[in-house]
Design a protein around this ligand. Structure first.
Ligand code: THU
Length: 128
Protein backbone atom coordinates (compact mmCIF):
# COMPACT_ATOMS: atom_id res chain seq x y z
CA UNK A 1 0.00 0.00 0.00
CA UNK A 2 1.35 3.41 -1.04
CA UNK A 3 1.98 5.53 2.05
CA UNK A 4 0.85 8.66 0.24
CA UNK A 5 -2.53 7.05 -0.38
CA UNK A 6 -2.92 6.27 3.32
CA UNK A 7 -2.05 9.87 4.15
CA UNK A 8 -4.59 11.11 1.62
CA UNK A 9 -7.27 8.84 3.11
CA UNK A 10 -6.52 10.10 6.64
CA UNK A 11 -6.80 13.69 5.41
CA UNK A 12 -10.12 13.02 3.69
CA UNK A 13 -11.41 11.25 6.83
CA UNK A 14 -10.56 14.31 8.94
CA UNK A 15 -13.02 16.33 6.88
CA UNK A 16 -15.84 14.23 8.36
CA UNK A 17 -14.75 14.90 11.94
CA UNK A 18 -17.52 16.12 14.22
CA UNK A 19 -15.54 18.40 16.51
CA UNK A 20 -17.67 21.45 17.33
CA UNK A 21 -16.34 21.60 20.90
CA UNK A 22 -12.59 21.36 20.40
CA UNK A 23 -12.39 22.48 16.78
CA UNK A 24 -9.61 19.87 16.46
CA UNK A 25 -10.45 17.67 13.48
CA UNK A 26 -8.59 14.38 13.22
CA UNK A 27 -8.59 11.64 10.59
CA UNK A 28 -7.06 8.18 10.68
CA UNK A 29 -6.38 5.54 8.05
CA UNK A 30 -5.76 2.04 9.40
CA UNK A 31 -4.14 -0.55 7.11
CA UNK A 32 -4.89 -4.21 7.79
CA UNK A 33 -2.35 -6.95 7.18
CA UNK A 34 -4.70 -8.20 4.46
CA UNK A 35 -4.38 -4.86 2.64
CA UNK A 36 -7.71 -3.21 3.47
CA UNK A 37 -7.99 0.35 4.77
CA UNK A 38 -10.45 1.51 7.42
CA UNK A 39 -10.73 5.23 8.02
CA UNK A 40 -12.04 7.09 11.05
CA UNK A 41 -12.56 10.57 12.42
CA UNK A 42 -13.17 11.98 15.87
CA UNK A 43 -16.81 12.21 16.89
CA UNK A 44 -17.45 14.54 19.81
CA UNK A 45 -20.55 14.82 21.99
CA UNK A 46 -22.28 17.49 24.05
CA UNK A 47 -21.58 15.17 26.97
CA UNK A 48 -17.84 15.59 26.40
CA UNK A 49 -16.70 12.30 27.91
CA UNK A 50 -18.59 10.35 25.26
CA UNK A 51 -16.38 11.70 22.48
CA UNK A 52 -14.45 9.18 20.41
CA UNK A 53 -11.05 9.73 18.80
CA UNK A 54 -10.32 9.11 15.13
CA UNK A 55 -8.03 6.16 15.90
CA UNK A 56 -10.62 4.28 17.91
CA UNK A 57 -13.30 4.98 15.31
CA UNK A 58 -11.07 3.33 12.68
CA UNK A 59 -10.21 0.35 14.91
CA UNK A 60 -13.83 -0.26 15.88
CA UNK A 61 -14.95 -0.05 12.26
CA UNK A 62 -12.31 -2.60 11.27
CA UNK A 63 -12.98 -5.05 14.09
CA UNK A 64 -16.72 -4.85 13.49
CA UNK A 65 -16.00 -5.85 9.88
CA UNK A 66 -13.99 -8.89 10.98
CA UNK A 67 -10.47 -7.41 10.66
CA UNK A 68 -8.14 -7.61 13.64
CA UNK A 69 -4.61 -7.61 12.26
CA UNK A 70 -3.17 -4.22 11.50
CA UNK A 71 0.19 -3.19 10.11
CA UNK A 72 0.02 0.58 10.05
CA UNK A 73 -2.03 3.65 10.96
CA UNK A 74 -1.72 7.22 9.71
CA UNK A 75 -3.23 9.92 11.92
CA UNK A 76 -3.72 13.43 10.56
CA UNK A 77 -4.79 16.74 12.06
CA UNK A 78 -4.94 19.95 10.05
CA UNK A 79 -3.33 21.88 12.86
CA UNK A 80 -0.06 23.46 13.94
CA UNK A 81 -0.47 21.63 17.23
CA UNK A 82 1.96 18.79 17.75
CA UNK A 83 -0.08 15.84 19.01
CA UNK A 84 0.02 12.12 19.58
CA UNK A 85 -2.61 9.47 20.36
CA UNK A 86 -4.27 9.69 23.78
CA UNK A 87 -3.79 6.94 26.35
CA UNK A 88 -7.13 5.31 25.58
CA UNK A 89 -6.28 5.02 21.88
CA UNK A 90 -2.82 3.63 22.66
CA UNK A 91 -4.38 0.90 24.74
CA UNK A 92 -6.99 0.08 22.08
CA UNK A 93 -4.41 0.06 19.27
CA UNK A 94 -2.12 -2.18 21.34
CA UNK A 95 -4.85 -4.78 21.81
CA UNK A 96 -4.58 -5.99 18.24
CA UNK A 97 -1.03 -5.37 17.04
CA UNK A 98 2.24 -5.47 18.90
CA UNK A 99 4.17 -4.28 15.85
CA UNK A 100 1.85 -1.52 14.63
CA UNK A 101 3.58 1.33 12.81
CA UNK A 102 2.18 4.79 13.55
CA UNK A 103 2.58 7.97 11.51
CA UNK A 104 1.36 11.20 13.09
CA UNK A 105 0.98 14.19 10.79
CA UNK A 106 0.26 17.80 11.68
CA UNK A 107 1.16 20.96 9.82
CA UNK A 108 4.19 21.31 12.08
CA UNK A 109 5.76 17.88 11.79
CA UNK A 110 5.53 14.22 10.88
CA UNK A 111 6.36 11.65 13.54
CA UNK A 112 7.11 8.02 12.70
CA UNK A 113 6.73 5.74 15.70
CA UNK A 114 5.31 2.40 16.82
CA UNK A 115 2.76 1.26 19.36
CA UNK A 116 5.54 -0.39 21.37
CA UNK A 117 7.32 2.93 21.62
CA UNK A 118 4.15 4.80 22.62
CA UNK A 119 2.91 2.20 25.09
CA UNK A 120 5.66 0.06 26.59
CA UNK A 121 4.58 -2.46 29.22
CA UNK A 122 0.97 -2.27 28.06
CA UNK A 123 -1.77 -3.97 30.00
CA UNK A 124 -2.78 -7.22 28.33
CA UNK A 125 -4.51 -10.46 29.24
CA UNK A 126 -2.72 -12.22 26.41
CA UNK A 127 0.85 -11.92 25.18
CA UNK A 128 1.23 -11.15 21.50
N1 THU B 1 -8.25 13.41 19.11
C1 THU B 1 -8.20 12.39 18.22
O1 THU B 1 -9.19 12.07 17.55
N2 THU B 1 -7.02 11.74 18.07
C2 THU B 1 -5.85 12.10 18.68
O2 THU B 1 -4.81 11.45 18.47
C3 THU B 1 -5.83 13.24 19.59
C4 THU B 1 -7.15 13.78 19.98
C5 THU B 1 -9.50 14.16 19.24
C6 THU B 1 -10.29 13.97 20.50
C7 THU B 1 -11.09 15.25 20.55
O3 THU B 1 -12.24 15.11 19.73
C8 THU B 1 -10.19 16.29 19.92
O4 THU B 1 -9.22 15.54 19.18
C9 THU B 1 -9.48 17.19 20.92
O5 THU B 1 -8.87 16.47 21.90
Amino acid sequence: MDKNLLIKMAKIASQNAYAPFSGFKVGAALLTKSGKVFTGCNVENSSYGLSNCAERTAVFKAVSEGEMEFSEIVIYADSDKVFSPCGACRQVLSEFSSDLKITIISNKETIETTINELLPLKFTLHRN
